[in-house]
Design a binder for this molecule. Structure first.
Ligand code: ZN
Length: 352
């Protein structure tokens, strides 16, 4: 008889032992995966909380941003910074900054310049790339109330000259954050923009977010290509930049502190926007673009606005709307200026 036999008990013991091992292995794998997923989620939340804070409190954010940039410039990776935040969970981000400063008093001696060139040995290798890719950083920033900075991303395009005619009609200067390009016609249009006194800033030659934000190195490669394309076409060295997708976005979340630190270290000034026409969305209409811009400007506290619009072949609607936007704002007493690197940046805006 099998049940109750020695063989039976032997099999029973084997089964129990194997069962234990199987269960233990399963639990270890299960909790391991769960922990990894949660860790990733926490990091994303910490990044979001940090970004949100920067969107919502303009004056406070500057100092916090500086600390963050200093950590990045001091060789901390984004992951290090986020882990630091995680370990101090529960504490406000301000005290995160404070604890970092008190732990590193020597790093916070002088002024607000973010490039950590003094600390010596920790400089990342990408700082050595593209030795010509530098700009002259402004001495100080100017901030004017009731001033509108119209910006057009993604050009040049078949619509650029139409936009220029409208701007000329009202004697307005604006800013074109360009992708650039090497075609003859493309370069001709870029030259026309510069010759008529508008500012050309760097956007992205490839405009492929995944490639551009793969690493700091690939970002710099694209930035350098864009810079050279603008310089070749116009003879003007661009000094300002509009990160594709804005300075913080889903593609650059883990490297944006290094990107910002590196771009700033090279003397460039970067701008985001606080008003968006949302003209790049598929459901945009004349009314939606017009209302987005005018309502957005009304909601600013000082009437100081960097307005995001697009200059690309399929954005004819933008061309049709922009003149009406301009006349409405002129009637309301606003003036228009082109950005240059002396204009105090508006940054970390999630206006989309
Ligand atoms: Zn773009």
């Amino acid at each position: 008889m099998y049940f109750g036999s020695v063989k039976f008990f032997k099999h029973l013991i084997y089964t129990v032992i194997i069962g234990w091992f199987a269960a233990a292995t399963f639990l270890a794998v299960f909790f391991g995966v769960k922990y990894a997923v949660e860790l990733k989620k926490n990091k994303e939340l910490a990044a979001e909380a940090y970004a949100e804070k920067n969107v919502n409190s303009e004056s406070e954010s500057l100092t916090l941003e500086q600390y963050y940039l200093r950590m990045a410039a001091d060789g901390f990776t984004a992951e290090d910074i986020l882990r630091f935040m995680e370990e101090n969970e529960g504490a406000a981000l301000d005290s995160f900054a404070e604890s970092y400063i008190s732990a590193n008093p020597d790093k916070f001696d002088v002024d607000s310049d973010s490039a950590g060139s003094g600390s010596g040995s920790t400089a990342a290798e990408y700082t050595l790339l593209y030795p010509e890719l530098y700009a002259e950083a402004p001495e100080e920033f100017i901030e004017k109330e009731k001033t509108i900075y119209l910006t057009f991303d993604d050009g040049p395009s078949e619509n650029t000259l139409d936009i220029l005619s409208i701007l000329d009609k009202y004697n307005i200067k604006a800013t074109f954050f360009m992708c650039g390009g090497s075609g003859e016609r493309t370069q001709e249009i870029m030259r026309e923009v510069a010759d008529r006194g508008h500012t050309i800033g760097i956007h992205s030659l490839s405009h492929d977010y995944e490639t551009v934000y793969e690493s700091v190195e690939s970002f710099l490669e694209d930035m350098n290509n864009t810079y050279n394309s603008i310089y070749e076409a116009t003879g003007v060295k661009p000094q300002i930049i509009h990160f594709p997708g804005g300075s913080i976005n889903n593609y650059n979340r883990l490297i944006y502190p290094q990107l910002i630190a590196e771009v700033t270290r090279r003397g460039f000034v970067y701008y985001d926007w606080n008003v968006s026409g949302e003209d790049a969305t598929t459901h945009a209409t004349w009314t939606s673009i017009y209302n987005n811009v005018l309502n957005g400007i009304n909601e600013t506290s000082s009437g100081r606005a960097i307005v995001l619009l697009h200059d690309s072949a399929d954005k004819e609607l933008t061309v049709k709307t922009v003149e009406d936007i301009i006349t409405a704002l002129i009637n309301d007493g606003y003036s228009f200026e082109a950005l240059d690197h002396n204009v105090k940046p508006i940054t970390f805006s999630y206006a989309d």
